[in-house]
Design a protein around this ligand. Structure first.
Ligand code: SIN
Length: 498
């Protein structure tokens, strides 16, 4: 059990400071907070406990940098993002080690996250020079109308710990491509990956004040309030829970900020009797449910399996889970790591116990893996789930799969849509007409058909209902950081001069 601190090739990527106006700084109060390895509980290091006065400086730096940065050529911003992308790739091993150390995910998954995270810089470097406007045929005689897309201004970005690199790059990439400057609040659990990214931004020649990364733990609520109420912050992009999103949205209303929210999910994953290859569906469900030990907003949460294939699906699914190897992410052969903290373990256990008390059957797991440490939970499969169980209405965010039997397409789509949230949804079927019917009927922002993995920089990421609004990645992601200005020219309809 346990491991020592990872050896970084470039030790200067481990930074216990905040990055404001191109400089590494501490809190004016001198306060710091501790960050612990979720696998071992050992101290990783400390970061500055910034307060509102510190973060105001970051907002002022971003405000001062904006007039110059907004006027850089798209081509220049593309080159900056491309250099940052390349530095991420050059330092991929170190970044992955930092992710595993502070988040707990297995090293192979962390390497996958680095590629995913860097892809947002690569993608948006390609979008930066293409912020096209339109020429619009006016409906007033003699008028001509054009539009221009402009950067919205200083952006406040608030991101979670489950993807310490990718959630930040998915916001900073389009913001910089659009010509915005940013203040990003990194998660208290995983600030070191974000700091390494800031150091790489520095090396990539991103001008001072354009990217600021601020750290806080107990001061997070007041820092969040400042970011969502400061008049110079024109846009806030948040990824996190629906409850925190609700609070931040209320705060952001005070100055009518442009906002985009990527909030909680409770993804339905449906397997119809007419599935072409049950094995592919089982693998898809495993990949979707247990990615990052169930700690992604798009993880399958309610797995609905039609009666004709239910027993076989459940048998094969539990068999695969038996093959998982739980442990610290740096250890050889580990497939699944710890969850982020003990609170998460307790929530997972509550969902399991609630389901069992209401009649679900345990196929495997169902216990804390306390011998490994307080943050480990044995991957769990429950069968005979019903809609009365907590797991049906609440996102578990942990390594528990609940299998619900169903009879008809109409029943299952109604069940799937009964959630207040609607981020991702998945289904497996070999019938093309059903595929269109169900994909169109699902109340979610993203549908996976015959696949359990939908995350891709090219595909718009975001939800409906209480999962939020706005889209990240893709050709739409940059729109969240721009405004459209129309310019109307009058007196333009004269005939050619003789
Ligand atoms: C999330 O959990 O919010 C992001 C997951 C992803 O990008 O795949």
């Amino acid at each position: 059990m346990g491991h020592s601190a990872p050896e970084l090739k470039d030790k200067s990527l481990f930074i216990e400071k905040s990055y404001i106006n191109g400089e590494w700084v501490g809190a004016q109060s001198g306060e710091t907070f501790e960050v612990h390895d979720p696998a071992t509980g050992k101290l990783i290091g400390t970061c500055p406990e910034l307060n509102t006065s510190d973060v105001t400086k970051a907002i002022e730096a971003a405000t001062a940098a904006f007039p110059t940065f907004r006027n850089t050529l798209g081509r220049e911003r593309a080159r900056m993002l491309r250099r940052w992308y390349q530095l991420m790739m050059d330092n991929a091993d170190d970044l992955a080690k930092l992710i595993t150390w502070e988040n707990g995910k297995p090293l192979a998954d962390a390497k996958g996250e680095v590629n995913y995270a860097a892809s947002f810089f690569e993608w948006f470097s390609e979008e930066a020079p293409r912020m096209y406007g339109d020429t619009i045929p006016a409906s007033v005689p003699g008028n001509r109308v054009i539009t221009m897309k402009q950067p919205v201004g200083v952006c406040g970005l608030i991101t979670p710990w489950n993807f310490p690199a990718a959630m930040i790059t998915r916001k900073i990439g389009p913001a910089l491509a659009a010509g915005c400057t940013v203040v990003a609040k990194s998660p208290a659990e995983t600030p070191f990956t974000a700091n390494a990214l800031a150091e790489l931004a520095h090396r990539a020649g991103i001008p001072k004040g354009v990217v600021n990364i601020v750290t806080a733990h107990k001061n997070t609520p007041e820092v969040g309030e400042l970011i969502t109420t400061h008049p110079e912050v024109r846009k806030v992009s948040f990824t996190g829970s629906t409850n925190v999103g609700r609070l931040l949205m209320k705060q952001a209303s005070s100055t009518i900020k442009k906002v985009s929210w990527e909030l909680g999910g409770n993804a339905p994953f449906i397997v119809f009797d007419d599935v072409e290859d049950l094995e592919v569906a089982v693998n898809g469900a495993i990949a979707s449910k247990f990615r990052s030990s169930g700690q992604t907003c798009v993880c399958a949460n309610r797995i609905y399996v039609q009666k004709g294939v239910y027993d076989e699906f459940a048998k094969r699914f539990a068999e695969k889970v038996k093959g998982f190897k739980l442990g610290a992410g740096f250890e050889e052969g580990i497939t699944h790591g710890p969850v982020i903290h003990e609170r998460a373990v307790n929530k997972v256990h509550e969902h399991v116990q609630d389901a069992i008390s209401k009649g679900a059957k345990l196929a495997i797991g169902g216990e804390k893996a306390s011998a490994l440490g307080p943050n480990f939970y044995n991957p769990t499969v429950l069968t005979g789930m019903t809609k009365e169980m907590l797991l049906a209405s609440e996102e578990t965010f942990g390594p528990v799969a609940g299998l619900f039997p169903f009879e008809t397409e109409k029943d299952v789509v109604d069940l799937a849509n009964s959630a207040e949230v609607g981020l991702a949804g998945y289904f497996f079927s070999g019938n093309v007409r059903r595929i269109f019917r169900v994909a169109e009927a699902m109340e979610v922002g993203m549908v996976g058909v015959n696949t359990g993995l939908i995350s891709d920089v090219a595909s718009p990421f975001g939800g409906v209902k209480q999962s939020g609004f706005g889209r990240e990645g893709s050709k739409y992601g940059i729109d969240e950081f721009t405004t459209i200005k129309s310019v109307t020219f009058g007196g333009m309809g004269e005939p050619l001069q003789a």
